[in-house]
Design a binder for this molecule. Structure first.
Ligand code: ADP
Length: 382
C-alpha cells in the first residue's frame, strides 16, 4: 500500500512516498524555487541522496510532473508506474472551523479550502494548486487533505476567542485557530507510547520549535490551547516572527515610521524574532555560536536566546495552570530535536514549579508519516 505525501508551499513542493503497511519511507525530496529562476530538485531514494539538480519549473503543476517523473524514473525512482500509488495525502494549512479531522478531497472540500484562502493567503493557494495538479496528472487516485488547524478544533471557546467585539468572530471568523497541528498530534501520541500510559490519561505540553515555533496544551489527547493564533504570528519568539506583542506597538511603529501595511507585515513576519533581536540571523545555531563570541553582537545573541527560553517557560506555566496539572513536556522540530541544552535549561529552571514527576522529553516529529497514516485510514474505508 503506497501513499504519496505532498506538501506545497508558495515556492516549494515537498514529497515523500511511503509503504505504509511497513511504516517505511521509500523516497522523498523537494522541488524548490518554483516559478523563479534557478528551480531545483533534491531527491533521495531509500536514504541515498542524489543531490540537487537544476530543473525548469514554472508552477506547481510542473512541480508535480517533475515529482511523478523522478518517482517513476528507471534509475532514481521507487516505482515503475503511478498506478502503484494507492492514495495521495496533502498538507493543507487552513481548514477553518469546518475541518475537525482529515478528509477525502471532493469538489466541495476544494471549494471550502478555497474559501479559507482568505485566512491563509500564502498557504492555502499553493496546496490547492498541488491538489488540482494531482487530480489531472494522477487521475483517479484518491486524495486526502490533512489540515494544520484541525487538531486544535477541540479548544474551548475561552481559549480560542479574543477579547474583541464579538461581531468580528461571527463576521470574519477572527479567533485563535492554531497551526502545526499535525506535529503536535504526532508527538503527543508518541509521548503516550514512550511514557507507557494511555494518551487519554495524560496532560502534555508539546513544543514545536523549528523556524516557526508553537506550543500546545494537550489534555487527554485533545488540544485545549495553543500559542499560535489567527495566524502563525502569535505566541513564541520564532526565527523571523515576533510572537506575542502589544497590538499598540504595531500602530505606534506604523505612525512613527510611516510604513505601509505590507511593510509592517514583513517587519513582524520576516524581520523580527531571533533575527530581529540578534541581528545575526534566524538560525538558532548561528545565534548560539554568536553568543559565545567576544564581540558587540554577542550581547544581542544572548538577549535573543534569553527571550526565546523565557517565553517557553512562561507558556509552560500558563498551560500547566490551564490543564490543572502536567505529566510531560515534549520538545520537537529543528531546535527542539537538535538542541537538548534548551530543554535541559527549561527543565532545570522549572524544577520547583512543575513538580518532580513531570518528564521532559525530546521526540522527533514526523508530520509526513502522520499525513500518510491519515490518508491510509481514510482510503482503506472506501
Ligand atoms: P521548519 O519550521 O522550517 O520545518 P525545522 O523544524 O527544520 O524548520 O527547524 C529549522 C531550525 O532548526 C533552524 O532554523 C535552526 O534554527 C534549528 N536547528 C537545526 N539544528 C540545530 C541545532 N543543532 N541546534 C540548534 N538549532 C538547530
Amino acid at each position: 500500500m503506497l501513499i504519496l505525501v505532498i506538501n506545497c508551499g508558495s515556492s516549494s513542493a515537498k514529497y515523500q512516498l511511503f509503504d505504509i503497511k511497513k511504516n517505511r519511507s521509500l523516497a522523498k525530496g523537494v522541488v524548490e524555487r518554483i516559478g523563479q529562476p534557478g528551480s531545483s530538485l533534491h531527491h533521495q531514494l531509500d536514504g541515498k541522496d542524489f543531490g540537487t539538480k537544476k530543473v525548469s519549473c514554472e508552477n506547481h503543476h510542473t512541480a508535480i510532473e517533475i515529482i511523478v517523473s523522478i518517482l517513476t524514473d528507471k534509475h532514481h525512482g521507487a516505482i515503475a508506474s503511478t498506478s502503484q500509488i494507492d492514495g495521495i495525502g496533502h498538507r493543507v494549512v487552513h481548514g477553518g472551523e469546518e475541518f475537525r479531522e482529515s478528509t477525502l478531497i471532493t469538489e466541495k472540500v476544494i471549494r471550502s479550502v478555497e474559501k479559507y484562502s482568505e485566512l491563509a493567503p500564502l498557504h492555502n493557494p499553493p496546496s490547492l494548486s498541488g491538489i488540482k495538479a494531482c487530480s489531472k496528472i494522477l487521475k483517479g487516485i484518491p486524495q486526502v487533505a490533512v489540515f494544520d488547524t484541525s487538531f486544535h478544533q477541540t479548544m474551548p471557546q475561552e481559549a480560542f476567542l479574543y477579547g474583541l467585539p464579538f461581531k468580528y468572530y461571527t463576521k470574519y471568523g477572527i479567533r485563535r485557530y492554531g497551526f502545526h497541528g499535525t506535529s503536535h498530534r504526532f508527538v503527543s501520541e508518541k509521548a503516550a507510547k514512550v511514557l507507557r500510559r494511555p494518551l487519554k490519561s495524560l496532560k502534555l505540553i508539546t513544543c514545536h520549535l523549528g523556524n516557526g515555533c508553537s506550543m500546545t496544551a494537550v489534555s487527554g489527547g485533545r488540544s485545549v490551547d495553543t500559542s499560535m493564533g489567527f495566524t502563525p504570528l502569535e505566541g513564541l519568539v520564532m526565527g523571523t516572527r515576533s510572537g506575542d506583542l502589544d497590538p499598540a506597538v504595531v500602530l505606534y511603529i506604523l505612525e512613527k515610521e510611516g510604513l505601509t501595511l505590507a511593510a509592517v507585515n514583513d517587519l513582524l513576519n520576516k524581520e523580527s524574532g531571533l533575527l530581529g533581536v540578534s541581528g545575526v540571523g534566524n538560525d538558532m545555531r548561528d545565534i548560539l555560536k554568536g553568543a559565545k563570541r567576544k564581540t558587540q553582537s554577542a550581547k544581542r545573541c544572548r538577549f535573543a536566546i534569553e527571550i526565546f527560553v523565557y517565553r517557553i517557560k512562561k507558556y509552560i506555566g500558563a498551560y500547566q495552570a490551564a490543564m490543572g496539572g502536567l505529566d510531560a513536556v515534549i520538545f520537537t522540530a529543528g531546535i527542539g530535536e537538535n538542541n537538548p541544552w534548551i530543554m535541559k535549561r527549561v527543565a532545570a529552571e522549572l524544577k520547583g514549579v512543575v513538580g518532580g514527576k513531570t518528564k521532559f522529553l525530546i521526540i522527533p516529529t514526523n508530520e509526513e508519516l502522520l499525513i500518510a497514516r491519515d490518508t491510509y485510514g481514510i482510503i482503506k474505508k472506501m
